[in-house]
Design a protein around this ligand. Structure first.
Ligand code: PMP
Length: 283
């Protein structure tokens, strides 16, 4: 757990960190967030994360709680105060406190909370060595999944259903049988020709920062990347499947709905990408 949290201008012990009951984040999930991995004290892909946070705020006509420079300083200070080397930064901005009414308040001060906890990157890497199981769940989310909103009920329900089915992650599937993304991850397959396939970001999914980084790494390794939707059947027929996210990095999926992907073990392409991603974080 984060020992020190940043809450609207103060660094406070987590036990004393509160926001108001009328905060619209609490009342309506009227908020946006980011999650950033910290490796050896360094924030991984900080600038793309801040770009996305600003895009999310803009999409919801939400004022920024501070400028980017001061926010970088707050995050650096939070890592220091929590004495984190490998960890996870969580940032949340809400529209702030106002009398409860669905329409935007005429005036409110955005609320900004950030926490930093330890993340065992060795354990993350060990999990990538064995791979994980996943289960398909219907994607019942809204039409603006590009916004990283704290309104996550469909994601929570899908993840819980996957966990109850013995899986680590839920693979969300749209009404036409196409995989959209994971409940908190982006999805990839390795096709019969050895190319990577992942859904285009224009297509109502979150533009994952790890997705973008892995795409760049793959191109560098001369592994072709095709941004095209794929179905559950395509995934089951694929050589390999894996997910990407800030906290899971690149993580092979070895069974989907209890059916083996490939030979049921992490494949060579995903392994190369896992290694390259950890090298990138370490550099
Ligand atoms: N899709 C969804 C729905 C997510 O919640 C996340 C992580 N928050 C991702 C994808 C992965 O994004 P990132 O690589 O930026 O962590």
């Amino acid at each position: 757990m984060s020992r020190v949290a940043y809450v609207n201008g103060s660094y406070v012990p987590t036990a004393d960190a509160y926001v108001h009951i009328n905060d619209r984040g609490y009342q309506f999930a009227d908020g946006v967030y980011e999650g950033i991995t910290v490796c050896k004290g360094k924030m991984i892909d900080l600038e793309p994360h801040l770009d996305r946070l600003w895009r999310s705020m803009q999409a919801l006509a939400m004022d920024a709680p501070m400028q980017r420079g001061p926010m970088r300083l707050v995050l650096t200070e939070l890592i220091r105060r929590n004495r984190v080397s490998d960890g996870f930064l969580y940032l949340q901005v809400t529209r702030g406190e106002a009398v409860r009414d669905h329409a935007f308040p005429a005036f409110s001060i955005p609320s900004f909370v950030a926490t930093c906890r330890r993340l065992n990157l060795n354990a993350v890497r060990a999990r990538a060595t064995t791979g994980i199981s996943a289960s398909t769940q219907p994607d019942i989310r809204w039409g603006r999944c590009d916004v990283k909103s704290t309104s996550l009920l469909p994601n929570i329900l899908a993840k819980q259903a996957a966990r109850e089915a013995g899986g680590f992650e839920a693979v969300l599937v749209d009404a036409d049988g196409f995989v959209t993304e994971g409940s908190s991850t982006n999805m990839w397959i390795v096709t019969k020709d050895g190319a990577l396939k992942t859904r285009p970001t224009e297509d109502n999914i979150l533009a994952g920062i790890t997705r973008a980084r892995v795409k760049t790494i793959a191109e560098h390794l001369q592994i072709p990347v095709i941004e095209e939707s794929f179905t559950v059947e395509d995934a089951l027929a694929a050589k390999e499947m894996f997910l990407t996210s800030s906290t899971s990095c690149a993580l092979p999926i070895v069974t989907l709905d209890e059916k083996k992907i490939g030979d049921g073990n992490p494949g060579p392409v995903a392994k190369r990408l896992v290694d390259a991603y950890f090298d990138f974080m370490d550099a």
